[in-house]
Design a protein around this ligand. Structure first.
Ligand SMILES: Cc1cc2nc3c(=O)[nH]c(=O)nc-3n(C[C@H](O)[C@H](O)[C@H](O)COP(=O)(O)OP(=O)(O)OC[C@H]3O[C@@H](n4cnc5c(N)ncnc54)[C@H](O)[C@@H]3O)c2cc1C
Length: 219
């Protein structure tokens, strides 16, 4: 696997191209940190974008859902997809309305996902999906029954046609605005968990949460 994803016509950044990246390690890191993604397809009824959970295994992303899921069925039947992964690192607060922005790391991927038929790959993908959300959760919990596996559609999308875009730093201001008294800067944002809330049906209400829950962070 090469260190970079070769840019194609549609993954070549034109606007703020200096923020564009095609190194595979960065693409993988952003995909792994993003809790979920937005998947766009074209259906008979027009464009459709839905948020959904993903998991990366090697150079592929796996998506899953019910066998009747319109988004997944469109992809499983050969439709193209465009998937966006977005991490917001901060709000960029300018002296002007015009230059407000966000600091972010994002990835856009194009491709034609394939339905996962192999039972071993399907099970591994479902395990990766559970562990993507809470690392280690798959070993704390029950694995799927044959009925649950049959009720789940899994597709695999290659990360071969991908771009990353990264913005960091303070607002870009008009030189004349630097004389204004307005406060400007960055408001950093992070995703963090609050205290776990036990399910009311726990057999022992005093049972402590496992380490995978108490130590939860994004990678
Ligand atoms: C949280 C967030 C908020 C944003 N808010 C705004 C906003 O309000 N207004 C605005 O104009 N832009 C915003 N952007 C940037 C936006 O995603 C586009 O990069 C930008 O609008 C340029 O669009 P374009 O069609 O001219 O891109 P082009 O540079 O023409 O896009 C060409 C190709 O570059 C790649 N590309 C473009 N954008 C991204 C990206 N963000 N991540 C990965 N690959 C990318 C894709 O492969 C795309 O097909 C935001 C981005 C993020 C992550």
């Amino acid at each position: 696997m090469s260190a970079s994803v070769a840019p194609t016509t549609r993954t070549t950044l034109r606007r703020k191209a200096d923020r564009g990246r095609h190194d595979r390690a960065l693409v993988h890191a952003i995909v792994d940190e993003a809790l979920f993604c937005h998947v766009a397809v074209t259906t008979a009824a027009g464009p459709l974008v839905l948020p959904t959970v993903h998991a990366r295994v090697g150079d592929h992303v796996y998506l899953h859902g019910a066998t009747g899921n319109a988004l997944l069925r469109t992809m499983a039947e050969g439709g193209e997809a465009c998937v966006a992964f977005t991490l917001v690192d901060g709000l960029v607060l300018s002296r002007s309305w015009f230059h407000h922005s966000m600091n972010y790391r994002s990835v856009v991927v194009f491709g034609r996902p394939e339905r996962v038929e192999d039972p071993g790959e399907k099970r591994a993908a479902l395990q990766a999906l559970v562990d993507h959300v809470v690392p280690g959760r798959s070993t704390d919990t029950r694995s799927p029954t044959p009925e649950e596996l049959r009720a789940t559609l899994v597709v695999r999308l290659s990360l071969d046609e991908a771009s990353a875009k990264v913005r960091t730093g303070p607002p870009g201001e008009e030189p004349a605005d630097l004389d204004l008294d307005t406060w400007a800067g960055e408001l950093p944002l992070t995703l963090r968990a609050d205290a776990p809330v036990p399910d009311p049906h726990l057999r022992d209400p005093r049972q402590p949460p496992p380490a995978s829950v108490t130590h939860w962070t994004r990678p």
